[in-house]
Design a protein around this ligand. Structure first.
Ligand code: ATP
Ligand code: MG
Length: 260
């Protein structure tokens, strides 16, 4: 059965995109059929999968969602690209911001993406969706079609306030549109082993959310090697196979597989 996981946090720069690509490729390395979707107008996931200029692409998530809004039929392989390391992906680019604005006037505006995902569920074991750093209409579309949400939290800032808003929004979508929506877990990212922040934040998270939300045992260490990969268009497993970040994403992959 297919699992659709959204990687979301409206706070920018917390490791959403890095987690989407490396968890996705991690799952593919374990033999799973994986589709990654770039639901961010910045197109960072698309760049990190080797497309240098996403804004020049003709078919992206915005095109596909536009087709659905216009009630046009689409083939299930339409617009899908593939990456050398075994994942398929749907690119995203700046056109998603225009689409977000025009969604306001669309019938069933929250369920446009769900119509598309339902078409793909039979074709993949995992669909991972990289969200933009906002809780606008595109992100609501992602929450409406997801089975669960993985929340990366950067270890170096006090995340509690933003998290509350995020968890509230997830609860609202769950109650009103998508009853089966769950939180996959909170993932601590960019952990700098030279500071005590991570321990403090981890304790704070457990204190505040531990009873309600799963907190991944694994966290992702801070490393320049991880920061380098988006320019290379490859995963951390290829760029720095023996490094600590590759090993952390491998362990995260196993934790996610255990939640199946
Ligand atoms: P946005 O909100 O803009 O979409 P994001 O949450 O998707 O950001 P990323 O793009 O994954 O975050 O990461 C932000 C920056 O931090 C990027 O430059 C990335 O290369 C870098 N980065 C990600 N993970 C790590 C890490 N473990 N160690 C060091 N740098 C990292
Ligand atoms: Mg991103």
């Amino acid at each position: 059965m297919c699992r659709v996981i959204a990687i979301a946090n409206q706070k920018g720069g917390v490791g959403k995109t890095t987690t989407t690509s490396n968890l996705g490729i991690g799952l593919a390395r374990q033999g799973k059929k994986v589709l990654l979707i770039d639901a961010d107008a910045q197109g960072s996931l698309t760049v990190s999968l080797g497309i240098r200029e996403p804004d020049r692409l003709e078919i992206t998530l915005a095109t596909i969602m536009g087709n659905i809004i216009n009630d046009e039929e689409i083939r299930s392989d339409y617009g899908i690209l593939s990456h050398d390391e075994g994942v398929d992906f749907i690119p995203g680019n700046i056109e998603l911001s225009g689409l977000e604005t025009s969604l306001i006037n669309v019938m069933s505006r929250e369920t446009v993406l769900r119509t598309y995902i339902d078409l793909q569920r039979n074709n993949y074991d995992y669909i991972l969706i990289d969200c933009m750093p906002s809780l606008g209409m595109i992100t609501i579309n992602v929450f409406t079609c997801a089975d669960s949400i993985l929340i990366p939290v950067q270890a170096a800032y006090l995340p509690i306030k933003g998290l509350e808003q995020l968890i509230k929004t997830i609860g609202k979508v769950k109650r009103q549109i998508n009853q089966k929506l769950e939180i996959e877990g909170i993932l601590l990212t960019m952990v700098d082993s030279r500071t005590n922040y991570a321990k403090d934040i981890s304790n704070l998270l457990i204190e505040n959310y531990g009873s309600k939300v799963h907190i991944f045992e694994n966290s992702i260490p801070m490393s320049v090697r991880a920061a380098e990969i988006s320019a290379e268009g490859v995963s951390i497993y290829k760029h720095d196979p023996n490094g600590k970040v590759a090993s952390a994403y491998q362990s995260l992959t196993k934790e996610v597989l255990c939640n199946e």
